[in-house]
Design a protein around this ligand. Structure first.
Ligand code: NAD
Length: 301
């Protein structure tokens, strides 16, 4: 079946540009977000406005959700008044929010009970990749359902992986984000050590990029202000992947590690450092590369 009509729910930092790319690729996108400003921006980008999730999903071939948390996802789909009750059995549900694997399994099982196909498809790449249409999707669910979602996902991403059964996409996502937190902190700490000892952060970044310290945080998302254009560090750490969301992912990783009795000492330390940094409410809203500020010294020191 050819997918043409998409309902897009959750048009924040990630969902907004993802929906815009679907419009550019020729899909007809109906959008809903309780935030008036997010919805207005989506309409400006070519989406059709809906006043509720139910209205957006009417006649949709696929519903994509990009919400902040597992509770938000369960609140949207499950229960007597949940969206699953209103969906036609031909609709494919694609949840791209980062949530606990167990929550994803619960959603997919509840959809299955109603004869509705559903997959978890969290993303990696951040807001820049969402805008460029170069996200990585990590999917969990039946292979046939992932294949059915592929043409839609390809309009928003460059890599579509099938990680395994329901919840496997979420599992891959939290392993990735735990590693991301660890190398972001390591990168910030190394850059600060250099700066504190007279090195130019740009020169040091160039050296480490071409050396064995090279990594994604350093190369694509440099946390030191003034080193790289177009990243959150170049705009006071605004408009990226918030400290609050990184803390959510590290919490999911630690819960998972507890469940499998896995040893994740660096993940635990990363969560601890982000908790320290995010203890200040203003910091929680900043992009996660602002962890650099934990190491920076006040001017004049
Ligand atoms: P965001 O807070 O900017 O956007 C979330 C949007 O969902 C908000 O506009 C909110 O109003 C809306 N929303 C909440 N409940 C809703 C509902 N019931 N129906 C419709 N809309 C609803 O968050 P974001 O940065 O876009 O992240 C979204 C998801 O993507 C999160 O799960 C996050 O962990 C994940 N993620 C984010 C990034 C990133 O770089 N920002 C990267 C990868 C994954």
């Amino acid at each position: 079946m050819i997918m043409k009509k998409i309902a897009f729910l959750g048009l924040g930092n990630m969902g907004g540009p993802m929906a815009a790319n679907l419009v550019k690729a020729g899909f007809s996108v109906t959008a809903f977000d309780p935030s008036e400003s997010a919805l207005a921006q989506a309409v400006e980008n070519g989406c059709t406005r809906a006043d509720s999730a139910q209205q957006a999903a009417q006649g949709a071939d696929a519903v994509i959700s990009m919400l902040p948390s597992g509770d938000a996802v369960k609140g949207l789909y499950l229960g007597a008044r949940g969206l699953l009750q209103a969906l036609d059995t031909s609709t494919l549900v694609i949840d791209s929010s980062t949530i606990a694997a167990n929550d994803a399994r619960q959603l997919i099982a509840a959809a299955g009970e109603r004869g509705i196909r559903a997959i978890d498809a969290p993303v990696s790449g951040g807001t820049a990749a969402a805008a460029a249409g170069s996200l990585s999707f990590m999917c969990g669910g039946e292979a046939a359902d992932v294949d059915a979602a592929r043409p839609v996902l390809e309009a928003m991403g460059a890599n579509i992986f099938h990680a395994g059964p329901a919840g496997a996409g979420q599992m891959a996502k939290i392993c990735n984000n735990m590693l991301l937190a660890i190398h972001m902190i390591g990168t910030s700490e190394a850059l600060q050590l250099g700066v504190d000892n007279g090195l130019d952060p740009k020169v040091l970044s160039d050296i480490m990029k071409a050396s064995s310290g090279g990594n994604w945080s350093l190369e694509k998302y440099n946390p030191y202000p003034g080193v790289m254009d177009g990243v959150p560090a170049s705009r006071d750490y605004s408009g990226g992947f918030s400290v609050a969301l990184m803390l959510k992912d590290l919490g999911l990783a630690m819960d998972t590690a507890a469940g499998s009795a896995s040893s994740t000492p660096l993940g635990a330390l990363a969560k601890n450092l982000y908790q320290l940094h995010g203890g200040d409410d203003d910091n929680r809203a900043l992009d996660f590369s602002s962890i650099q500020n934990l190491f920076r010294r006040p001017a004049g020191d």
